[in-house]
Write a protein that binds this ligand. Structure first.
Ligand code: ADP
Ligand code: MG
Length: 284
C-alpha cells in the first residue's frame, strides 16, 4: 500500500499547479540531479511574431505568401505566426500537394505547380541550397521556390519572464546540471541559453538527436526532461521523469508525461521538488 504522505504530496503539488501522475514520481523527483530543457515553448513562450522579411530574390510579399501557403498545413508555433502575419483568410481554399512536414526542419510541398521549401538551414542544405547571412535575432525560416533560394523570414519568440529565476532556483536546490536542447540554430540558442543561465546548450538537433543527448545524460545521473511535446515527445517518454507543459503542450505530451505543469512556468519545477522533499520527510 502507498504511504499516506505521498497522497498528501500529490494534493500539495496540485495546489501549486503541478499534476503529478503517481506517488512514485514524487519519490523519484528527490533523486533528480540533471534537468534537460527544451527551448521553444519551455524556456521561451513558444509564441512567435514575424519581425523581418529578408529578400535575396523576389519580394517580401512573395516570400511571406509562399511560406504561409505551406505553413497553413502545420501546427508548429512558427507556422501559426507566419499564417497570422500573412492573413489566414487569404489562404482559404488553397490546394497544397506533395506536402510533407519534416520534423525539426520545416516543410516541403507544391502549390500551383511550384515546388516550395520552407524551413531552417538544415532543410535548405538537404536540397543543396545555401542560405543568406543575416544578423537579426530570432529563428530563421528560409523559403525556396523551384530550387531557387528566395530569402528568409525572421520570427521572434521571447524568454518567459521567470525562466532565468527558475533556473537559478533549481541550482540552489542542488540540481547539478541544467541543459538546453533545441532544433534551432546554434548562435541564437546560445544567446537564449546565456540569458537564462543554463550550463550547456546543444542546438541544431533533430528529435532523434535529442533522444541521443538525453540517453548520454541518463548514463551519468537521474534525469528529468521538460518539454512541450512538439518535436520532443520521444525525449519526454525516455527520461526518468518526463515533465510536460500543460498549457502550450501537445495532448500527446501531456499524456506521455509523468508530471504536467499547468502554469507552463519553470518555477513550478522548483515547487514540485519542494513538495517531493517535504513528502519524503513525512513518510520516513
Ligand atoms: P525546439 O527544439 O527549439 O523546441 P522545434 O524542434 O520545434 O524547436 O523546431 C526546431 C527547428 O525546426 C525550428 O527552430 C525551425 O527552425 C524548424 N522548424 C520546425 N518546424 C517548422 C515549421 N513548421 N516551419 C519552419 N521551421 C520549422
Ligand atoms: Mg520544442
Amino acid at each position: 500500500s502507498v504511504p499516506l504522505g505521498f497522497f498528501g504530496g500529490i494534493g500539495a503539488a496540485s495546489k501549486q499547479g503541478v499534476l503529478v501522475k503517481g506517488s512514485n514520481y514524487l519519490e523519484e523527483l528527490n533523486a533528480i540531479d540533471t534537468i534537460v530543457l527544451d527551448k521553444t515553448g519551455t524556456i521561451t513562450k513558444g509564441s512567435f511574431d514575424v519581425t523581418h522579411i529578408l529578400v535575396k530574390e523576389g519580394s517580401e510579399e512573395e516570400i511571406l505568401r509562399l511560406a504561409a501557403q505551406l505553413e497553413s498545413l502545420s501546427n508548429h508555433p512558427i507556422a501559426r505566426s507566419i499564417v497570422k502575419a500573412y492573413g489566414k483568410e487569404k489562404l482559404e481554399g488553397l490546394k497544397v500537394s506533395d506536402y510533407e512536414e519534416v520534423s525539426g526542419q520545416g516543410l516541403v510541398g507544391k502549390v500551383k505547380g511550384e515546388s516550395l521549401l520552407v524551413g531552417n538551414e538544415k532543410l535548405m542544405k538537404a536540397h543543396n541550397l545555401s542560405v543568406m547571412d543575416t544578423n537579426e535575432l530570432g529563428s530563421r525560416v528560409h523559403v525556396a521556390k523551384n530550387g531557387r533560394y528566395l530569402g528568409c523570414i525572421i520570427v521572434a519568440d521571447q524568454v518567459k519572464e521567470d525562466s532565468e529565476k527558475a533556473i537559478k532556483a533549481l541550482k540552489a536546490r542542488g540540481i547539478k546540471k541544467i541543459i538546453m536542447l533545441t532544433g534551432d540554430r546554434k548562435e541564437f540558442a546560445e544567446y537564449i541559453g546565456k540569458q537564462v543561465g543554463v550550463d550547456k546548450v546543444y542546438a541544431g538537433l533533430l528529435p532523434q538527436d535529442k533522444v541521443r543527448h538525453l540517453e548520454k545524460e541518463l548514463e551519468e545521473g537521474k534525469v528529468a526532461f521538460v518539454g512541450d511535446g512538439i518535436n520532443d515527445a520521444p525525449v519526454l517518454a525516455r527520461a526518468d521523469i518526463g515533465i510536460a507543459m500543460g498549457g502550450v503542450g501537445s495532448d500527446a505530451a501531456i499524456e506521455a508525461a509523468d508530471v504536467v505543469l499547468m502554469t507552463d512556468s519553470l518555477s513550478s519545477i522548483g515547487d514540485v521538488l519542494d513538495v517531493a522533499k517535504r513528502t519524503r520527510r513525512v513518510v520516513t
